[in-house]
Design a protein around this ligand. Structure first.
Ligand SMILES: [Zn+2]
Length: 133
């Protein structure tokens, strides 16, 4: 097993309310020439926690951090005018919090970050510090 030091949160950068599934992200990432979905988890609009890439395998979601991190992505991140926005539904917020809690139990030394801490992007469009409970 590779060392897990960080959990990095993302958004799909899709319009609020738009349904996105693992198969969609898988297709988008394959189109970029990647080995399928680059995230390890995708959180659906109704709080579904879908498995993406296997945890044992390094993700493709954050340059310089993929080898030692787990990538979690929630569906959404843009308002109707395509501006960055925290579009998480209450179910997504709860699912994200629960998933992070479970992962922190499994990997006690991990720190949690938003993609924007490591890249010049708005992703995931909210301050992940609020998830630190
Ligand atoms: Zn991101």
């Amino acid at each position: 097993m590779r060392p897990i030091k960080e959990i990095i949160i993302h958004c799909t950068a899709t319009v609020e309310g738009k349904m996105v599934r693992v198969s969609d992200v898988d297709r988008w990432h394959k189109a970029k020439g990647w080995n399928g979905i680059g995230y390890h988890y995708l959180i659906g609009l109704c709080g579904e926690v879908w498995q993406g890439r296997k945890i044992e395998i390094a993700g493709a979601h954050c340059t310089g951090h993929n080898q030692h991190s787990i990538g979690i992505c929630y569906v959404g991140g843009l308002d109707k005018a395509l501006r960055p926005k925290d579009t998480r539904t209450p179910l997504q917020t709860a699912a994200l919090q629960q998933l992070i809690k479970e992962l922190k139990f499994k990997y006690p030394n991990v720190s949690v970050h938003g993609h924007r801490e490591f890249a010049n992007k708005a992703c995931p469009c909210f301050d992940v510090k609020e998830l630190e409970v």
